[in-house]
Write a protein that binds this ligand. Structure first.
Ligand SMILES: [Zn+2]
Length: 425
């Protein structure tokens, strides 16, 4: 038994008490009282949130930056070519070690659930084996969900479909795809049909890299919505990236959004990566390539934000910080309204949990006692400060701590430490 006192919650409830018992949340209320022998964690008005969730990542490539060389053009296509150069040199041990290191970073940042794509275009299925092993190793402290991802194209690579099925047989959780990388639009559409049918047969979820280009005529998401509805997969299908939607004709999008909503499609945008990889063929004005997040949300479509890449062939930065992802998403999508800021916080927590199908997620009685105490008072401040994670809890046990981030001052007539919050008015 454990009582967390004076915690602000992301939904706006202030100064709440949260009782934890046997690894679960037992009660949440303003005025819980603990027995004398019950340990108390004092939150002091800081934000207690359910853990961060990343609904789109590539754990097999993470932390491989510079191997065997860096991406000179910075484009998606050179990144894919570079990954192809690295693949034959990969070893299972190196894959496992890098993935475990990244999971350590994630825990330190309060990121306790990750959906990772894993490349299945390799006869040895080396990355699949490595990440299945990692999924079990980290299970006590991090929920890792794997997507069978045919990086070289389901139809473009002669063995991709067979390897993807083998990966699913081995226990990979979700069916992936990459229709815009097939040889033709028709092949892209055919790949979506095949993959959705496979998911329907096996009762699995779908998460495709979809329309990840600046081509306004790349319209695979329309096909994905169609097959989702045809096969009764509503609520189980995610379209990742959708960067082409940034460049699509506005009339066409006005027809597309209701079709996506009708099909119950979910969307994951990847702000850090979209803004750096897209628009590389533009001069000025330069497109920023992120999909239409506020418009998707307004249409009733669930939108999450993913990290996508950290120190890999596509992106030379990153540190498992989902608040950095939310911060970038907020700026690129101009979501500076009060509601918009909260939506961006939701996009790296509850919305991503919905994408992954984590149905016991959240701070409410009966849910697993997984949470993070942030050095911030509310969700907007957490994004603004990319707030320090004071402690991270899993099943009622604290598994990571960070010291209070503070800057001390030696200025005449000024306080001894900087206060990063808005002055009280
Ligand atoms: Zn991706």
């Amino acid at each position: 038994m454990l009582l967390i006192r004076h915690a602000n919650l992301a939904d706006g409830r202030l100064r709440q008490s949260v009782l934890v018992k046997d690894g679960r949340f037992e009660a949440v209320a303003a005025d819980l009282v603990a027995g004398n022998d019950c340990p108390v964690l004092e939150a002091e008005g800081c934000l207690l949130t359910a853990p961060f969730v990343d609904a789109h990542f590539h754990l097999d490539a993470a932390l491989s930056h510079g191997l065997p060389r860096v991406n000179r053009s910075g484009t998606l296509l050179e990144g894919i070519a570079l990954w192809g150069e690295l693949k034959p040199q990969l070893t299972q041990q190196a894959l496992v070690e890098r993935a475990l290191s990244y999971c350590d970073w994630a825990v330190g940042r309060g990121l306790l659930a990750i959906r990772s794509h894993v490349d299945v275009c390799d006869e040895r299925l080396l990355a699949v084996e490595a990440l299945l092993h990692v999924r079990e190793r980290v299970r006590p402290y991090l929920d890792l969900q794997l997507v069978a991802f045919p990086q070289d194209g389901l139809l473009r690579s002669p063995t991709a479909l067979a390897n993807l099925k083998r990966a699913l047989d081995r226990g990979v959780d979700v069916v992936g795809g990459i229709p815009h990388f097939e040889r033709t639009m028709a092949d892209g559409a055919r790949s979506i049909e095949l993959l959705c049918e496979l998911a329907a047969e096996r009762g699995l979820r779908v998460d495709m890299h979809c329309d990840e280009s600046d081509d306004p005529l790349s319209r695979h998401v329309e096909t994905l919505a169609y097959h989702t509805q045809r096969l009764g997969l509503q609520g189980r299908v995610t379209a990742s990236h959708l960067t082409s939607m940034h460049s699509m004709d506005n009339y066409y999008v006005s027809k597309l959004l209701p079709l996506m909503a009708e099909a119950g499609l979910q969307v994951v945008a990847n702000p850090l990566i979209n803004i750096t990889l897209q628009g590389r063929h533009d001069s000025y004005p330069k497109r920023r390539g992120m999909t239409r997040v506020p418009e998707l949300l307004a249409a009733g479509i669930n939108v999450g934000f993913g990290h996508d890449c950290v120190l890999d062939p596509w992106y030379p930065l990153g540190s498992a910080d989902m608040l950095e992802v939310a911060h970038m998403g907020l700026h690129v999508a101009q979501m500076t309204s009060t509601r918009g800021q909260l939506d961006c916080f939701d996009a790296v927590t509850v919305n991503n949990a919905r994408v992954m199908g984590l149905d016991r997620y959240g701070i409410h009685p009966g849910a697993p006692a997984d949470c993070v105490l942030l050095q911030a008072h509310d969700a907007a401040e957490a994004i603004r400060l990319r707030a320090n994670r004071l402690w991270v809890m899993r099943r009622g046990e604290i598994i990571a701590r960070s010291p209070v981030a503070e800057a001390s001052l030696t200025l005449p007539g000024r306080p001894a430490a900087v206060n990063w919050s808005l002055p009280v008015r």
